[in-house]
Design a protein around this ligand. Structure first.
Ligand code: NAP
Ligand code: ZN
Ligand code: ZN
Length: 351
């Protein structure tokens, strides 16, 4: 066992605070990664505050992990000591069900094991707000050298969660794609959809983000509170990726889809969206769908795609002891566009 320093929520209503725990020694198939940076996803907040139910405490969030391999098990061939490596939202799955065999481990029919908050065996797992992690090499990702490592970290969740549906619905040249919400996920969706060759329409509730959205690659920015701007998009879009972290009326967005268009929901708010109008779907054969992160193979494909296109996240680096303030700012939409914790600062606060 090795002692690991991290930051944890002890209960849903407790602020995150330094906490130490033990991790296993690397087994034959494991690698140990010393964590350099970890992104702060809205799912971390939902989980640490028990908003989805089922949180096991203490909760050490963090599933946008990048760092350096410091040990490899005897059977590991894909990584060596000194390599850069990443870990996203899952660290294991059953490996035998259809989803696992088809490389879609996130949809494991027996339940994948989250990087934090455990899996089907009910044993808790502790995430990336910590100084190191031990993980099966088959669930770790290769990070190319020469990139801004801190800005790569958010790709491990925000990147793959947006890349996967954009790829699945075959977004590309000649298509008009809506992205709803310019947060961590949304800003990655804008960059990736643009790199895939689509025309990108960004819907935001924050007029102040207009200039940034254009800089990030949006062709059109729509203030979703403005009826005339919404009306201008009616029946236009082939695909919409909705990343909003709060309950909202889906009907005005569904109205922006063209015939046969799909709106895919990746935002997972605490409270349900109001039920959409059936006629909005029937009349133009429109669909509503959902999507969960992406498989390991596709996550590697996304990392390589982003490296090739020079895509990383726009980040604000924080210290480990700034995490509670960061959560409050994230709730206000006050982040451009992903907080990333510098794990070197953990040693100043370690318990
Ligand atoms: P975030 O950085 O907080 O961004 C969410 C964006 O939603 C905000 O920037 C804001 O954009 C918009 N928004 C509008 N009204 C809001 C409100 N009342 N409260 C909060 N946001 C509001 O969050 P994120 O990290 O991108 O995550 C977004 C959602 O996706 C979360 O629910 C998260 O749990 C979920 N998620 C899902 C998956 C998956 O696999 N499906 C993976 C990761 C995260 P504007 O200011 O532009 O309106
Ligand atoms: Zn996430
Ligand atoms: Zn499985």
């Amino acid at each position: 066992m090795s002692l690991c320093h991290g930051i944890a929520a002890a209960a849903a209503d407790a602020p995150l605070a330094p906490w130490s725990f033990e991790r296993r020694e690397p087994g034959p198939n494991d690698i140990r990664i010393d964590i350099a940076y970890c992104g702060v996803c809205h799912s971390d907040l939902h989980t640490a505050r028990g908003e989805w139910g089922g949180t096991m405490f203490p909760c050490v969030p963090g599933h946008e992990i990048v760092g350096t391999v410091t040990a490899v098990g005897s059977a590991v061939t894909a990584f060596k000591v000194g390599d850069l490596a990443g870990v996203g939202c899952m660290v294991d799955s059953c490996r035998t069900c259809d989803s696992c065999k088809e490389g879609e481990e996130q949809y494991c029919q027996n339940g994948m094991t989250g990087t934090y908050n455990g899996g089907p065996d009910g044993v808790n797992t502790y995430g990336g707000y910590s100084d190191h992690i031990v993980v099966d090499a088959g669930y770790a990702l290769h990070i190319q050298q020469g990139q801004d490592l801190a800005a790569v970290a958010p790709l491990l969740c925000a990147g793959i969660t947006t890349y996967s549906p954009l790829a699945h619905w075959k977004v590309g040249p000649g298509q008009r794609v809506g992205v709803v919400g310019l947060g961590g996920l949304g800003h990655m969706a804008v960059k990736i959809a643009k790199a895939m060759g689509a025309e990108v329409v960004l819907f935001t509730t924050s007029e102040s983000k207009r200039a940034d959205a254009l800089r990030l690659g949006a062709d059109v920015v729509v203030n979703s509170k403005d009826k005339a701007q919404m009306q201008a998009q009616a029946n236009r879009l082939h695909f919409i990726l909705n990343t909003v972290a709060a309950s909202h009326n889906l009907d005005p967005l569904i109205g922006c889809l063209r015939r046969d268009g799909t709106m895919c929901l990746v935002g997972a708010p605490e409270h349900a969206h109001p039920s959409p109008q059936v006629f909005g779907l029937i009349l133009h054969r429109r669909s509503i769908a959902g999507s969960l992160i992406g498989g390991i193979r596709e996550t590697q494909e996304m990392l390589d795609f982003c490296a090739r296109h020079g895509i990383t996240a726009d980040i604000e680096m924080i210290r480990a002891d700034e995490i509670n303030t960061a959560y409050e700012r994230m709730l206000k939409g006050d982040v451009k566009y992903r907080f990333v914790i510098d794990m070197a600062t953990l040693q100043d606060v370690a318990a």
